[in-house]
Design a protein around this ligand. Structure first.
Ligand SMILES: [Zn+2]
Length: 113
């Protein structure tokens, strides 16, 4: 086998290994794909730059993938005085400042005398 062929094959393999961080970022649909590519391209020749790009590519994925689900359902009710939307647990309207008569059951707010 010719030495040139071996050299070309080695160069292709080295190129693939060199751009592994970019490939990983692309396949994971990373949100900072372009930045990882630039870091990989410009600083990949130094081992630290290549390692940083690799770690970055596997670290954080697109935030849309794991968007925080709306677990805390913030119930909204209407203020009877100003008809603005306020939180159901509110005891005072933030829009008009009216004290809402209904109080949560667990809250010891009513004092006698
Ligand atoms: Zn109000």
């Amino acid at each position: 086998m010719d030495d040139t062929v071996i050299f070309v094959i080695c160069a292709i393999i080295a190129g693939i290994i060199y751009f592994v961080p970019t490939i990983i970022a692309t396949r994971r649909d990373h949100s900072n794909m372009v930045a990882i590519f630039l870091l990989n391209l410009l600083l990949g020749w130094s081992f630290l730059g290549w390692l940083a790009a690799l770690i970055w590519s596997v670290s954080r994925t697109n935030p849309k993938d794991k968007a925080p689900a709306p677990t805390k359902a913030e119930a909204v009710v209407r203020c009877p005085y100003c008809a603005e939307n306020i939180q159901a647990l509110a005891i005072k309207c933030k829009h008009c400042g009216s004290n809402l008569s209904r109080t949560p059951q667990n809250q010891p707010g009513e004092a006698n005398g």
